[in-house]
Design a protein around this ligand. Structure first.
Ligand SMILES: CSCCC(=O)C(=O)COP(=O)(O)O
Ligand SMILES: [Mg+2]
Length: 227
């Protein structure tokens, strides 16, 4: 029986198009001035120090760090310090009403139904927890933050490694087979299945590939909760 559901965001609850056509260009446009103006703020300074460590760039070379971060956005690198900075930058756009985050109607409808069935819902995304809360707080479906019990990001570990799902299972406090993980990325559902979680590989674009042991679906409407 499933008592908790953990979901990915990009490509799963929400469209890749929104992230790549709205959020990433907004971050690229605003990042240079944001870093220049805020590099001494605690969270920004820590993210820049981490960027410097991961890239080998001198931490005092702000312009080179900006260039590196812009390249990571262009390459869609799921790098923790970039994700931290993106969340901080996107906040302004959400609060300013420049955009609202996307959610597929089938995802909203099923997440709501599962919550009503007393199934605890969690998010695990490469976006920072701060960015995830903004994403569901300023969403086309309204403020959806109350859907979720808790959020996980790459500070828990990489999404393609089984060890990360072990940490999430421990945090949720349920046996792995009572947790269903949903993602559009095969390597992620493979990693979750490796530790015994139930999994659904959500493929928004047909044709749907079948891949044991995952449920393979194109929509949340087709997900069956294993008994
Ligand atoms: C929720 S933040 C916006 C999406 C994002 O930056 C990202 O990297 C999402 O990756 P996911 O793990 O949800 O596929
Ligand atoms: Mg995804």
């Amino acid at each position: 029986m499933i008592n908790a559901i953990v979901t990915d965001i990009e490509g799963t609850t929400s469209s890749i198009e929104f992230v790549h056509s709205v959020l990433f260009p907004y971050a690229s446009k605003k990042l240079p001035d944001f870093i220049r103006q805020n590099h001494d703020h605690k969270a920004v300074a820590a993210a820049l120090a981490d960027t410097a460590k991961q890239s080998g760039i001198d931490v005092h070379n702000t312009e080179a760090l900006i260039t590196q971060l812009l390249q990571w956005i262009a390459d869609d690198k799921k790098v923790t310090p970039l994700k931290t900075l993106q969340g901080l930058i996107w906040e302004h756009g959400y609060r300013n009403g420049d955009y609202q985050a996307h959610i597929y109607p089938d995802a909203l409808s099923k997440l709501t139904a599962w919550q009503q069935q007393n199934i605890n819902l969690y998010v695990y995304s490469s976006g920072s927890i701060y960015a995830q809360k903004l994403f569901f707080g300023f969403n086309e479906g309204g403020d959806l933050q109350t859907l979720f019990t808790d959020y996980f990001d790459t500070t828990t570990g990489p999404k393609r490694e089984a060890a990360s799902y072990r940490v999430i299972k421990q945090a949720i406090g349920l046996p792995a087979n009572e947790i269903l993980f949903l993602s559009d990325t095969l390597e992620e559902v493979d990693a979750a299945a490796e530790i015994g979680m139930s999994t659904a590989w959500v493929q928004r674009q047909p044709p749907i590939a079948q891949h044991t042991p995952h449920q393979c679906v194109s929509s949340f409407s087709d997900i069956i909760l294993p008994s």
